[in-house]
Design a protein around this ligand. Sequence first.
Ligand code: PEP
Ligand code: MN
Length: 351
Amino acid sequence: MIIPLLPRLTDAELKEVTEIAAEFGVGIQTIHGAQRSIYALMGDETTQELINRIEGLPYIDRIDRVQVPYKLMARESSLAQHQITVGSRVLPGDFAVIAGHCTIDPNNRNFFLETAHAVKAAGADMLRGGVWKPRTSPHSFQGDAKSLDILLEAREVTGLPVNTEVMDFEQARICVDAGVDSLQIGARSALNYRLLQEVGRITKGTGTRVLLKRSMHMGPISEFILAGEYIVAQGNPNIMLCPRGTVPGMDGYRNHPDECITPLLKEKTWAPVIVDPSHSVGKAVYVPHAAIAAVAYGADGLVIETHCQPKRGVGDDPKQAITPDVLAQVIKEARGLHTRMKSMTKTLQAA
Ligand code: PEP
Ligand code: MN
């Protein structure tokens, strides 16, 4: 990872570095962080001669070599200073809540608008609403592109930034063009490396956040972090990692809750961890408990399915959406606990 002396290279400097790297068959990817840009050498192994040549340039401070397979996502990466905003919250550091419907019902615009106002009043920082949905059965409601207008209207009237899932390149393109604030890559798509790359590529430099769910089939932690690496390696560092439960599910729960991987993720990578307790336990009455557990594990935020009238919702909402009143209580407890956890972590680090 090339660290320039000044916050970023000039075009001429970047051209020179790119040409040197090309002599060794290595590409350069620019990643614009909040404070400075870094330049990743895109090759599995880079020779010492290449490192020496680039490090010898007068406008280069140094080259950091990262030993783990996720060069950009690693805690030792120069991107570790990168921060991501969710509404007025800055992560890591603050605590952010994303809430709203699993699925927007295109025939019930008012429900979504009512929920949007209510989650804002409850203290949420970002609004979620599924426009297109990955459904287990092809006969189930698959979402509707018309719902994107409803999502954007809700953003307009509440001022909350919005998050929605994209399952293919076309949906991602539509969302980026529409200025959707955060693209969700769902658990089913988290292993679709081509989609991860495409999303990374088209969101580069746009400021768009990407909420990457953990695939329910992912095992080693590195598999999840490397999925994030696909996006960051295309130039978008605004990534949030989202544990959401794995299979086989724990008896009685929808999935096997995995909020416990949060401290491990936070040790290995700088990316904020936003836990999804809704899909993890899969039943509204368990969700507040799983949500608070995630905060105790050190999560930077939560994404929670919330509906003003869950039983009249579509998709997962009738089963697992909590109401805005419950959300308000969860947020209050979560924020208090997050603050206490931060000071506990500081004390432990100092010990
Ligand atoms: C969702 O958030 O509604 C969803 C489908 O999530 P996941 O991809 O985690 O199943
Ligand atoms: Mn859902």
